[in-house]
Design a protein around this ligand. Structure first.
Ligand SMILES: *Cc1c(COP(=O)(O)O)cnc(C)c1O
Length: 381
């Protein structure tokens, strides 16, 4: 190991975006159902509009707008509209910061709250892996608690962790609403607990799947200076390629996140793409009901299979395990491999399989291929 490197980093491996890998797969068209993107691209006319903006308005020799002024105003408008907020309680640009994907925002939050032995984070597993990964690369301790059979957070354990964790204490809690990979939204009991968390602890509520769940805590933000809501353009808004995420919180917290971020974190084209998406949000979000109807169909098909345990979902993906515990991990890995060999990429994570709801044709193939594989390995329908 090179002698100038931090020794604690030796144990990490670089993030693999597609752990199943698109490599080593036969030359067939792949169904990318492992990263929870929207199955539909930007409509051609909006892509053209964006291309026009690039040609006519973006000067490639100039730095991007580092203030994100126009984008923040557009986001504020969308957030208020979708949460039914107006007047004194409405979200202003000062409540918003924009990141190079939510991933950057997670790192900024960690830097602003926990770095330098100032704090540890609390997560409930299984959950989005980036909180733990980014914390560890910054030397920030990660405290994990478990979830119940319905994937509700073990609140007794969470409360105990908060009182017992010292040197450093827990400074930030990360939850996803609805959770990934398990697809469940926060329960009333979980929300009540988050409301009762001491104000020295930041509560991050990641609403990456808000447009699918249509459930948000944004209306509560005005009363909760220690809450931060995170969202992304990578999922419902079809812009994963452009890496745009945003956070909504108390202006003082936002101002601090602005201090620790990189000055030109968001390329001009990405800012333009997010603005185009917001301007045309009605058109873009029109496909959400279609995706939800597809989800319902695929869910029913999978839930009917006697070998599968399928959980309810509030997001654009489905989480399942095998009913039989026998060799569960090995079998799930095998199913994942077999699906990949047939051209369907899904995620084996948290002790189960997470399958993105894709286009109608993709979902049909997912059901067909999964049933065939279960048959082959002796888990008959
Ligand atoms: C997909 C996802 C995100 C989005 O991350 P980006 O960096 O904005 O692409 C954030 N949080 C969760 C829980 C996700 O599943």
């Amino acid at each position: 190991m090179l002698p100038f490197l931090r020794s604690d980093l030796a144990q990490f491996t670089a993030y693999t975006p597609h752990p199943g890998g698109a490599d080593g797969v036969p030359a067939i068209e792949l169904d990318h159902l492992d990263t929870n993107e929207n199955p539909f691209e930007l409509p051609a006319e909006l892509k053209q509009k964006l291309a026009w903006t690039y040609q006519q308005e973006i000067q490639t020799n100039r730095y991007p707008d580092g203030s994100h002024h126009g984008l923040k105003s557009a986001i504020a408008q969308y957030v208020n509209e979708s949460a039914g907020l107006a007047g004194a309680n409405s979200i202003q640009p000062a409540h918003i910061t924009v990141g190079n994907g939510s991933d950057e925002l997670i790192r900024s939050v960690l830097i602003a709250t926990c770095l330098g032995n100032n704090g540890a984070i609390l997560v409930a597993e299984p959950t989005f892996s980036m909180y733990g990964i980014l914390a560890q690369t910054l030397g920030i301790p990660v405290v994990s608690v478990a979830r119940s059979a319905t994937f509700a957070i073990d609140l007794t354990a969470a409360k105990a962790a908060i009182t017992q964790t010292q040197n450093p204490p827990i400074r930030a809690i990360f939850v996803v609403h609805p959770n990934s990979p398990t697809a469940n939204a926060l329960t009333q009991a979980e929300l009540d607990w988050l409301r009762s968390v001491p104000e020295q602890i930041l509560v991050v509520i990641d609403e990456a799947y808000f447009e699918f769940s249509q459930t948000t805590v944004v209306p509560e933000l005005a009363q909760r200076p220690n809450w931060l809501v995170m969202r992304t353009f990578s999922k419902a808004f079809r812009l994963a390629a452009h890496r745009v995420g945003y956070a909504i919180a108390h202006p003082e917290l936002i101002a601090t996140l602005e201090k620790v971020r990189l000055p030109y974190n968001l390329p001009s084209v990405s800012q333009a793409a997010a603005q185009v998406a917001l301007t045309h949000r009605q058109q873009l979000l029109e496909v959400i009901p279609t995706i939800l109807a597809e989800r319902q169909q695929l869910w029913q098909r999978l839930a009917q299979h006697p070998a599968l345990q399928v959980w309810p979902t509030d997001a654009n993906f489905i989480y399942l395990r095998l009913r039989s515990e026998v060799d569960q991990t090995t079998r799930l890995a095998q199913i994942c491999r077999e699906l990949k060999a047939r051209g369907t990429l899904i995620r084996h994570t948290g002790g189960g399989l997470r399958i993105t709801v894709g286009s109608p044709a993709e979902n049909q193939r997912t059901g067909d291929r999964l049933e065939a594989i279960l048959n082959e390995i002796g888990l008959r329908s």
